[in-house]
Design a protein around this ligand. Structure first.
Ligand code: SF4
Length: 369
């Protein structure tokens, strides 16, 4: 990643510091940009009278605001970099600082991939319209999406999404894709998302039956895996950092689903569970955790509520329970479960294991709304 090509947009922050005559502010920076943090602290201190404290604990999202700790330290303003505001009340003045990356990959290499995905979506839509004329068995074979559902589809539009540092490209790319003959929608999600086309690892709420396939502008598999697990739709990836064009492999999704099913089978005889509650403000799902505890009680099993700020194997492996149910960041169970000695499952997976939900109805991604 070429850090010099990021625009950190500190001007508004410096203006706000000067206007309010702040003397102590905190800077919270995502892991991928921490290398630049000291440079940013220098810039803010050079251009204002404020001293800057770096909140140096790991930070993976705007769900993770450090306000209480920083308030106790006398901090007057938190500058949170690289994520956008969520539907959580931090209770403290916060400046969300967007970070833009200036890479603009061409569409030549992605064109064949999104064209083939559009064909898949058109066929799926056509088959869905014929669903009345086939029997149950055939329909299951013909219409299942990537996570095993007969999900509703009313169109085959291309959904154009991205991670936050590339969202400024979406409108321009929409125009370019439309010139290539695609009908494009930049989906608008729920309150957890601030911008059209934005996706988070825990929220893909902009998805609609109008969208038949996706193009994601960004890098890595983190968002693509979540998007396919949530929507079941074909997904192409265009990486502005490397210009690489590729698709989210269904083999990867199948492997994850096999692993999830294996964990569900593994907890069949489990009697006691640790139910993890995330203490980070945007991950805290106390009601869901209590519902899981009640559900376990209903099935004659025991659930212990464990509240943590960070979730990690070294913090929970030693508890004498048979398995863990995670209600903190949903991606801990999906992406990190192999790091844990005992099965770590999502609330939906617990419900499947207890017979409250059916695996055959298609995988349900654990979304935080
Ligand atoms: S809950 Fe997890 S996936 Fe969602 S924003 Fe926070 S770190 Fe990202």
């Amino acid at each position: 990643m070429d850090l010099d090509r990021h625009d950190f947009q500190l001007d508004e922050l410096v203006e706000r510091i000067k206007k309010n005559d702040h003397r102590l502010i905190a800077l919270q920076v995502p892991e991928g940009l921490k290398m630049q943090a000291l440079e940013m602290m220098d810039e803010i201190e050079d251009e204002s009278a404020a001293k800057v404290v770096l909140a140096a604990d790991p930070c993976y999202g705007a769900c993770d605001l450090v306000h209480d700790k920083m308030r106790a330290m006398g901090v007057e303003l938190v500058a949170h970099m690289g994520h956008s505001q969520m539907n959580i009340d931090s209770g403290m003045p916060t400046e969300f600082i967007p970070v833009k990356y200036d890479g603009e990959p061409g569409l030549e290499d992605i064109f064949p991939i999104i064209s083939s995905h559009r064909e898949l979506a058109i066929n799926r839509l056509k088959n869905l319209k014929e669903i009345q004329t086939v029997n149950d068995e055939n329909s299951k074979e013909k219409f299942l999406d990537a996570v095993g559902r007969i999900a509703p589809l009313t169109n085959y539009k291309l959904g154009l999404v991205g991670s936050i540092q590339h969202l400024h490209l979406l409108e321009e790319y929409k125009g370019r894709l439309e010139k290539l003959g695609f009908e494009v929608e930049i989906p608008v999600g729920g309150d957890r998302l601030s911008f059209p086309g934005q996706v988070l690892g825990c929220n893909y709420s902009g998805d609609s039956p109008e969208i038949g396939h996706y193009l994601f502008l960004g890098s890595g598999d983190f968002h693509p895996i979540g998007l396919v697990l949530h929507t079941g739709k074909p997904l192409a990836i265009l990486d502005p950092y490397t210009n690489e064009a590729r698709e989210m492999s269904l083999k990867v999704i199948e492997k994850i689903l096999r692993q999830r099913f294996g964990l569900i089978m593994a907890i069949d005889r489990a009697k006691s569970f640790g139910i993890l509650i995330g203490e980070k403000p945007g991950q805290m799902r106390r009601n869901l955790a209590i519902r899981m505890k009640r559900l376990l009680e209903k099935h004659g099993k025991k659930g212990y509520l464990l509240a943590l700020d960070h979730v990690g194997p070294e913090l929970i492996n030693f508890y004498p329970v048979d398995a863990f149910v995670n209600t903190a960041c949903p991606r801990i169970a999906i992406d990190d479960s192999t790091r844990y000695e005992k099965p770590l499952i999502t609330p939906y997976e617990l419900e499947v294991s207890l017979g409250e939900k059916k695996w055959e109805a298609g995988y349900q991604f654990d979304e935080i709304p």
